[in-house]
Design a protein around this ligand. Structure first.
Ligand SMILES: [Zn+2]
Ligand SMILES: [Zn+2]
Ligand SMILES: [Zn+2]
Length: 153
């Protein structure tokens, strides 16, 4: 059995998906993916990714980072999050997730907490039955105040 790390796996997947679309794995594309991967769980914005990538690739421009993020999203390597504040944030797509996890967004400090487990399967079943509607996906965001903020509002 060959054990490959999650990171190698990500890289292989990226190479394959890029190749399938006729793109190459450039240093810059790799640097953008590495940055998102290393900062897993932080839900980085385009500007934050740019600032971090610049440390390894000082010659990279914001436009390149922007285009790279679009490309990585298009080939389903990263996922674009929209928390209704007009700012795009990105995180990796994980093979082990059937569908993307949900987030709790603190309205005071902006903290983003990932929700473990989905809990919506039974609701989907009920809706499917009631409306005879085949559900293929759902989106859900929770807005409110985190444990640090909820007593200070
Ligand atoms: Zn908070
Ligand atoms: Zn997340
Ligand atoms: Zn869900």
């Amino acid at each position: 059995m060959v054990l490959i790390s999650e990171k190698d796996h990500e890289l292989e997947l990226l190479k394959k998906r890029l190749r399938d679309k006729g793109y190459k794995l450039t240093t810059q594309r790799r640097a953008v993916l590495d940055t998102i991967s290393v900062n897993e769980g932080k839900h980085l914005t385009t500007e934050e990714i740019y600032d971090l990538v610049k440390k390894d690739c000082p010659e990279i421009g914001l436009a390149t980072v922007y285009r790279t993020l679009q490309l990585l999203e298009e080939i389903n390597i990263i996922y674009k999050l929209n928390f209704d504040d007009g700012i795009n944030r990105y995180e990796l797509v994980h093979d082990y997730e059937d569908h993307h996890h949900h987030h709790l967004i603190c309205l005071k400090c902006g903290k983003v907490i990932e929700v473990e487990g989905d809990l919506l399967e039974s609701l989907e079943k009920e809706i499917t039955k009631k409306y005879n509607f085949k559900i293929t996906n759902h989106m859900l965001k929770f807005f409110g105040y985190c444990s640090d903020c909820k007593d200070k509002i």
